[in-house]
Design a protein around this ligand. Structure first.
Ligand code: NAI
Ligand code: 13P
Length: 336
């Protein structure tokens, strides 16, 4: 897309916000990258790279780290939020009064609102109203690979086809494909729930249950994500697409995934706190497990894998017994 005169604000300067800011800037857009810690923003401005999360990837000259939120939002045409889900509502509340009227808002956060379990488009609508277009960006996309310019494909979901197309055009490049859909719910559920399964895959691999078990977990995991997602109004095509199966396979099989590494650490006997310290970044699946479990209970949807992971994370069940409990379930038809 020719974005030479377009100005983007990217809110959230962790690994994903930085990688997306780099991608947009490489695509010709002027980008202002804002993070909530002034000293970190100073380091990004001085180093012209994010040495903590994406070392060795220089910022394009049209990417500007900005410490002041008002400055970041001044004169922008587009806003992309990439903060962790626990900071999503507060980030939106902070930017709401500075958002130029009529400007759309998209986010690349994967998760649910902690405590309420609300989908992020519900949070956005409550805070911003429904007068501006919104979109979700999700799919199999490790920040480091995107920043390194490796081939990647994601999906942009919006109720507004025009807005989805516009955001996809800014992201799209010869090494980054951005597809569009109107299934916001499906994409949000897929992105949040795959993190839970990645913890499960880490546990299974950490306990050396083997490749067969991992493939079974991914497949049955997709099955239960679909059951929940369909009950919430998502579309089947989304769950077998990039933001469903695509991201599920990515995070369940590659050690770049923080959620998978959480599972590996739990299998070794680490506590959640120890694993989080070791990983040093957001692990969205830990909170998502609890929220997804309560959603499943409320809707009467059976999610046995999520249930066992919830028991490991929050009820002190040892990982081996969790896997055993899944294996001991009554046999049943695969479909239905
Ligand atoms: N890293 C990745 O490969 C991908 C991450 N995501 C999603 O992007 C979201 C952000 O994750 P990452 O950038 O990876 O996390 P990260 O752990 O790399 O960075 C998190 C950033 O959020 C900042 N932060 C923490 N509390 C904040 C607050 N209250 N307000 C503003 N900023 C705050 C931290 O200072 C840090 O810079 C998550 O929902 C994640 O699931 C999605 C796709 C890929
Ligand atoms: O969502 C991601 C890639 O698509 C990143 O996954 P993790 O948060 O598990 O690292």
């Amino acid at each position: 897309m020719s974005g030479a005169s377009t100005v983007f604000a990217v809110i959230g300067a962790g690994s994903w916000g930085t990688a997306l800011a780099i991608l947009l800037a490489r695509n010709g857009v002027k980008v202002k990258l804002w993070g909530h810690l002034p000293e970190e923003m100073q380091a990004l401005a001085n180093d012209r790279e994010n040495r903590v999360f994406l070392p060795g990837i220089p910022f394009p000259e049209n990417l500007h780290p900005v410490a002041e939120l008002t400055e970041a939002l001044k004169g922008v045409d587009e806003v992309l939020v990439a903060v962790p889900s626990h900071a999503f509502a507060s980030a939106l509340k902070n930017i709401a009064s500075y958002l130029p009227s009529g400007i759309g808002l998209c986010w690349a956060t994967k998760g649910l609102e902690p405590e309420t379990g609300r989908l992020l488009h519900e949070v956005a609508e409550e805070i911003l109203g429904n007068t501006r277009p919104t979109a979700v960006i999700s799919g199999p996309s490790f920040a480091k690979e995107v920043a390194a310019g490796l081939p990647t494909a994601v999906t942009v979901a919006s109720e507004s086809e025009v807005y989805a197309e516009r955001i996809a055009s800014y992201l799209h490049s010869d090494c980054f494909r951005a597809y569009t859909t109107n299934d916001v719910i499906g994409l949000e559920i897929g992105g949040a729930a795959k993190n839970v399964m990645a913890i499960g895959a880490g546990i299974s691999d950490g306990l050396h249950f083997g490749a067969n078990a991992r493939a079974a977990l991914i497949t049955r995991g997709l099955n239960e994500i679909m059951r929940l997602g369909l009950a919430m109004g998502g579309k089947m095509e989304t769950f077998i697409g990039l933001g469903g199966m695509g991201d599920l396979v990515l995070t369940c099989t590659d050690d770049q995934s923080r959620n998978r590494r959480m599972g590996l650490a739990l299998a070794r006997g680490a506590t959640i706190k120890q694993a989080k310290q070791e990983i040093g970044q957001e692990v969205e699946g830990v909170m998502a497990t609890r929220e997804i479990c309560s959603k499943a209970h409320a809707l009467g949807v059976e999610m046995p894998i999520t249930e066992q992971i919830q028991r490991v994370l929050y009820q002190g069940l040892d990982p081996k017994s969790a896997v055993q409990a899944l294996l001991e379930r009554d046999k049943k038809p695969e479909i239905g």
